[in-house]
Design a protein around this ligand. Structure first.
Ligand code: ADP
Ligand code: MG
Length: 234
């Protein structure tokens, strides 16, 4: 099952007199359980691709298929539900709520989905354990390191049991050792939960932990190649 499928996706922004193609006829299929690195120069369209795949931005043309559903054909309410239930989003800055404990950060997202509190609390505890934070459930963001905050962020994105995980430079604010363990964690959750994961990164040394690497240039996406095939080593 192709969890995420972008078909001939173009995204244009107004640019002075003309338009700028942030995405130019992008095709990308990511099956469940596949971990794809997305690399390319600054301004090449990587974040735009994630925003479109996350259904946060509607493309100018093309299809965005999530778990078999064309997001571009949905109305606002159905689209919000699809995003909430199927898409996990992890950005560079964890954006945790300062006043909440780790466990509360997770529970509140599920509670907003209408899940019973008890089940949400049990799942939150399981996920914190999975990301290596079993002892940090009652800590607030200021009591956590940058790496721990990013782990809470990852656990929170997994609460909905998403089919697609979109990750934008998750290690940009972390030191080398913490970065490696965050990418390793993303590898593990991709395998464990069979999500389709796309990670934007400029740390090419982490590319070999992923299955495939896709390169973006001026809005054009080259077809992904196996991550071991040398791009990561270049
Ligand atoms: N909201 C926006 N309005 C206008 N132009 C944008 C917007 N977002 C991104 N762009 C432009 O689209 C191009 C791709 O940007 P982006 O996807 O952020 O690239 P990357 O993440 O690879 O650095 C850039 O030229 C950027 O300036
Ligand atoms: Mg970006």
């Amino acid at each position: 099952m192709t969890a995420l499928n972008l078909i001939n996706v173009t995204l244009e922004y107004p640019d002075g007199e003309g338009t700028l193609k942030a995405l130019d006829a992008v095709d990308l299929a990511v099956p469940a359980g596949q971990f794809v690195s997305l690399v390319g120069p600054s301004g090449s369209g990587k974040s735009s691709l994630l925003a479109v795949a996350a259904t946060l931005v509607k493309p100018s043309s093309g299809l965005v298929m999530i778990d078999g559903v064309d997001a571009t054909a949905l109305g606002e309410k159905a689209l919000a539900e699809l995003r909430r239930d199927k898409v996990g989003i992890i950005f560079q800055q964890p954006n945790l709520l300062a006043s909440l404990t780790s466990i509360e950060q997770l529970v509140i997202t599920d509670h907003l989905r209408g899940k019973p509190l008890k089940a949400a609390t049990a799942r939150a505890a399981e996920l914190l354990d999975l990301v290596g934070l079993a002892d940090c459930g009652n800590k607030r963001p200021h009591q956590l390191s940058g790496g721990q905050r990013q782990r809470v962020n990852i656990a929170r994105a997994l609460m909905a049991q998403p089919k697609v995980l979109l990750v934008d430079e998750p290690t940009a604010a972390l030191d080398h050792e913490r970065s490696a363990s965050i990418v390793q964690l993303l590898r593990e959750v991709t395998d464990e939960f069979k999500v389709a994961t796309i990670m934007v990164t400029h740390d090419t040394e982490f590319v070999p932990l992923t299955d495939a690497v896709a390169t973006m240039r001026d809005g054009v996406l080259a077809a992904p190649v196996p991550a071991g095939a040398g791009v990561g080593a270049a």
